[in-house]
Design a protein around this ligand. Structure first.
Ligand code: RI2
Length: 325
């Protein structure tokens, strides 16, 4: 084991593992868990010097960062917490880090609730929304509309390969929303019945592109063809500052076991072939801004092309990694 691994608390390692294995998933939920893990690291740290404490916290942040690459809410959360780590003694550093992590978690919840109010203004009584994957930001718009007394129906895409549509359907049913669950391939057929496509985002790029669960871009193109507006619910924590300086967002490639079992692979592949069957499992795709009607944030709704103005205001041009000294 390296010194860095020794310094990282077991609770941080376990949070990182939960994120990597998607037991903790969804961009906002990941950010919340990461901030909580840094607070735990600060609470449990046995560092005796200020330098050792800072090294530990940076090592914890790096461990969390290296779990999944696409949702920018994760590095944005880590950056936010580490920037608040201030003080001349270990006790002061500990207190400020814990305070900052708790402030982050509070603001995250408040932002989602504000975003929900903004998004619900786009929904009319009796509207039908089509969802993809499971997004707490997207669902907060429906929740706010229901609280306003509007009746909303949902067509919920299953979302292969991990079927997060089931989580969305379960939540909506709990709220008493009529739900029609469909396989992903049925989306175009059911768009005729939808008034909105409502999705979340893992990252939003400076040009207004939306990086979200694989299948979002095809859904958005079909929705445009059918004249159904596409609404993306994304707190500003989903804005990807690196894209202001030309970087692209890394698309996570997940294990092939999410798509085919070993037996299925053996059944498909020719055992005498010179090469192996290739199976690829990208978790996300990129929807160009021209297929998106509105990005709904806690600061109001934006046409995708103008999101860069908000990014500059919130992040400046800073894109350094949170664990860099
Ligand atoms: O932050 P909230 O809105 O909850 O979720 C945002 C996005 O995170 C999810 O990714 P995954 O299931 O973690 O791969 C989905 O792509 C979803 O749209």
């Amino acid at each position: 084991m390296t010194d860095r691994q020794h310094a990282v608390d077991s609770a941080v390692a376990s949070t990182a593992d939960d994120i990597a294995e998607m037991r903790t998933r969804g961009a906002a939920t990941i950010a919340d868990a990461a901030a909580g893990a840094l607070a735990t690291q600060a609470k449990r740290s046995e560092a005796t010097t200020e330098a050792a404490f800072r090294t530990e916290l940076r090592a914890a942040a790096k461990t969390l960062y290296e779990t999944r690459p696409t949702a920018v809410s994760l590095p944005n959360a880590l950056r936010y917490v580490l920037r608040g780590m201030e003080g001349a003694t270990v006790a002061e550093l500990r207190a400020s880090t814990i305070d900052q992590a708790e402030a982050f978690q509070r603001e995250l919840a408040q932002a989602q609730s504000k975003l929900g109010t903004v998004g619900s203004n786009r929904l009319r009584d009796g509207d039908v929304v089509m969802t993809h994957c499971h997004s707490t930001d997207a669902l907060s718009c429906v929740e706010a509309a229901l609280e306003d007394g509007k009746e909303i129906e949902a067509i919920v895409k299953e979302t292969r390969p991990r079927k997060q549509g089931h989580i969305t359907a379960r939540q909506l049913r709990e709220w008493g929303v009529p739900v029609t669950l469909v396989v992903d391939n049925a989306a175009r057929r059911y768009l005729d019945r939808a008034d909105h496509v409502l999705v979340g985002a893992d990252s939003i790029a400076a040009d207004g592109s939306v990086i979200n669960k694989i299948g979002t871009s095809g859904l958005a193109v079909n929705a445009r063809e059918r004249g159904v507006p596409v609404m993306v619910a994304a707190q500003t924590i989903k804005l990807h500052p690196d894209t202001m300086t030309g970087h692209t967002v890394e698309i996570e490639m997940r294990a092939e076991s999410e798509i085919v079992s070993d037996d299925e692979r053996a059944d498909i592949d020719d055992e005498y072939a010179d090469d192996d069957l290739v199976v690829e499992n990208p978790a996300f795709d990129v929807t160009p801004p021209r297929y998106v009607d509105a990005i709904v944030t806690e600061r109001g709704q934006y046409p995708p092309e103008s999101i860069v103005t908000l990014m500059r205001e919130l992040f400046g041009e800073t894109t350094s990694e949170p664990w860099e000294p």
